[in-house]
Design a protein. Structure first.
Length: 255
């Protein structure tokens, strides 16, 4: 099914871009200025994004989050949410407006839960707002899973067959991106996107990561790989941010 005009309008007006690794479309709305202590380190209290699935990207693949993640339906749907809990249990909830069919307009994925989202086949798109607390960070997220994950959850729900769980993991099977890292190795893409462990960062999120990393690893430089086509303005913004945060930034250009 081709993407509808309405989905295209929302992508354009909200500035949605492809989510690396887990798939879907997103745009960052805000990262909180309120600082909290979470798991022994400073963090923004929350962040909010728009997130979309459509006929071209109908699955948001399995990812684990340290944070609570609240999804609120804005437009479209339905879509199924598959939640995998640390105790080995799992369940499915459907995001949509038909309350008589037990659909929900708010779905919560508690911290420590892995989840995947699948758009219904007869649905054009779904647009949700996602609020995470504490704020999302690559070092507090893990994308992908392996056979141990499949074995752990197979049979935990009627839908949880090994084949279907593998489908929810998708191209990230036997991979694990994100989580704790003793280095801060960044890449600046040709389109100006900043990525760490394959995941996109806004400038504000990068600034917070620089501060966190410098406080924990004061003698370790932050490495930035610059694409030969990276926009000069994006390079300048990162250099300025490193000066503001006192980060020890080393840059290397790659072709």
């Amino acid at each position: 099914m081709p993407m509808t005009q309405r989905a295209k309008e929302l992508i354009q007006s909200l500035g949605l871009q492809f989510l690396n690794l887990e798939a879907g479309l997103f745009s960052l709305v805000r990262v909180s200025d309120i600082e909290i202590n979470s798991a022994g380190e400073q963090s923004a209290a929350s962040n909010a994004i728009y997130m979309m699935l459509n006929t071209e990207v109908p699955i948001n693949y399995v990812q684990w989050l340290y944070s609570d993640d609240y999804h609120v339906l804005i437009e479209g749907g339905p879509a199924d949410y598959y939640l995998f809990h640390e105790d080995g249990s799992s369940h499915k909830q459907t995001m949509g407006r038909d309350l008589n069919k037990d659909q929900r307009m708010i779905i919560a994925a508690p911290g420590g839960t892995a989840k995947a989202i699948v758009l219904h086949e007869d649905t054009d798109f779904i647009l949700v707002g996602s609020v995470l607390s504490p704020a999302w960070s690559p070092h507090r997220a893990k994308i992908g899973a392996d056979q141990r994950f499949v074995d752990k959850f197979t049979g935990s729900s009627p839908w949880a067959t090994a084949t279907f769980i593998r489908k929810l993991i998708g191209p990230n099977f036997d991979k694990r991106m994100g989580g704790k890292d003793d280095s801060l190795n960044l890449e600046l893409q040709a389109d100006g996107q900043i990525t760490w462990q394959g995941m996109q960062l806004s400038l504000k999120q990068l600034g917070q990561q620089m501060l966190r990393f410098q406080s924990q690893n004061p003698d370790t430089p932050i490495l930035l790989q610059i694409n030969d086509l990276s926009p000069p303005e994006a390079i300048s913004n990162i250099v300025s941010l490193a000066r503001e945060t006192g980060a020890n930034l080393h840059m290397n250009k790659i072709c």
